[in-house]
Design a protein around this ligand. Structure first.
Ligand SMILES: NC(=O)c1ccc[n+]([C@@H]2O[C@H](COP(=O)([O-])OP(=O)(O)OC[C@H]3O[C@@H](n4cnc5c(N)ncnc54)[C@H](OP(=O)(O)O)[C@@H]3O)[C@@H](O)[C@H]2O)c1
Length: 322
């Protein structure tokens, strides 16, 4: 089969071995995958795939079931599916444990479904399973216009959690407000954190979803409420910071570190079960929508990476094999 191969600084569409499904696995003929920030970091050599995962880029895909491994009873050949991957999506075929695969949400195309697994799983996992958000709790979502951010805004609206976001630029702010955010704060402006604090008020915000890390830790803890949860899912602003333990203890705040990719197959299957039960009907009704900034042919993966790295995108970039 063909796949995108990392060759020094370049990405090449090259011949590689077609993977064979093992026990409990299926092979998907990929029709679309989507680009994630993690792909840029993996490509740069700073984010190795978990043990046993494909070295090929790509954390999600949609396509058709092409082959079934032993002991897979839930799928039939030719069924259209989407899947959460530990790697391997930038290819004609990918093998994945069946528990990480789902039929498409009602009414969605294969292309639309390719934009769902990684970012909706990340947002749902961290807001509702890790932070255990309850109805009415308020969210601060950093990088609100990112793939994960646009999913998180929509989940907040769906489950009655008021959302404020941080981002750069007025056009991104307008997109996030249209998706359901109550407020949008521009991280490039002076007085950014004062503006965030104005929204959170003296009570603070209940849950923060933060892909920035070090540079935001001190400020995040100041705007976090009594019993608030800060979930760190990325380190775009550095991996080091100091934490004032006194206020954290007195305010009973929790700092949670979380990654999705390295979790067990069973844990990822449980997240996909939750998505299918709680989110698939909302995709069907239009209450949730995959947000797609651009769609490029798979062979143009390098251009897609440059577009994502520009920080100018809202939502996802798809790579297709149509
Ligand atoms: N832990 C996990 O399991 C998990 C899973 C998926 C994603 N993630 C993380 O979630 C984040 C979003 O991923 P994505 O693929 O959705 O991203 P994306 O669509 O590429 O968006 C990233 C956005 O982050 C903002 N940003 C970039 N550098 C920044 C910095 N130094 N400080 C603050 N903001 C910065 C930019 O938007 P603005 O300029 O508008 O702020 C940029 O457009 C990434 O950090 C990713 O690694 C974690």
């Amino acid at each position: 089969m063909k796949a995108i191969v990392i060759d020094g600084d370049a990405l090449r569409w090259d011949d590689v071995a077609t993977p064979e499904p093992g026990v409990g696995e299926v092979r998907i003929r990929v029709r679309a995958t989507a680009v994630n920030r993690a792909d840029l970091v993996q490509r740069a050599g700073a984010y190795a795939p978990p043990p046993g995962a494909s070295p090929i880029l790509g954390l999600e895909c949609a396509g058709e079931i092409d082959a079934l491994g032993p002991e897979v009873a839930d799928f039939a050949l030719g069924e259209e599916v989407c899947a959460l991957l530990a790697g391997g999506g930038y290819a004609e075929y990918v093998v994945v444990p069946a528990g990480q695969v789902r039929r498409l949400p009602p009414g969605l195309t294969v292309m639309e479904a390719a934009a769902i697994p990684e970012v909706f799983a990340t947002a749902y996992l961290n807001l509702y399973l890790e932070a255990k958000a309850t109805v009415g709790e308020r969210f601060l979502i950093h990088a609100g216009a990112s793939g994960v951010g646009t999913a998180a805004i929509q989940l907040g609206k769906l489950f009655s959690n008021p959302v404020a976001v941080s981002l750069s630029g007025e056009s991104k702010a307008q997109r996030c407000l249209a998706l359901g955010a109550e407020a949008a704060f521009d991280r490039s402006q002076d007085g950014f954190w004062e503006a965030v604090g104005g929204w959170t008020g003296a009570a603070g915000v209940d849950v923060i979803l933060d892909p920035v890390g070090g540079a935001y830790l001190e400020h995040n803890m100041k705007v976090l409420a009594l019993d608030g949860r800060l979930v760190i899912i990325g380190l775009m602003g550095g991996a080091q910071a100091s934490l004032a333990l006194g206020p954290m203890m007195v305010k009973r705040q929790r700092v949670i570190g979380s990654t999705l990719r390295a979790r067990s197959v069973a844990a990822k299957a449980a997240v996909m079960d939750a998505l299918e039960q709680r989110l698939w009907p909302a995709f069907g009704s239009g209450a949730l929508t995959p947000i797609v900034e651009a769609t490029l042919p798979m062979a143009e993966a390098d251009a897609a990476h440059r577009l994502l790295a520009s920080n100018e995108t809202v939502g996802k970039i798809l790579l297709t094999l149509e």
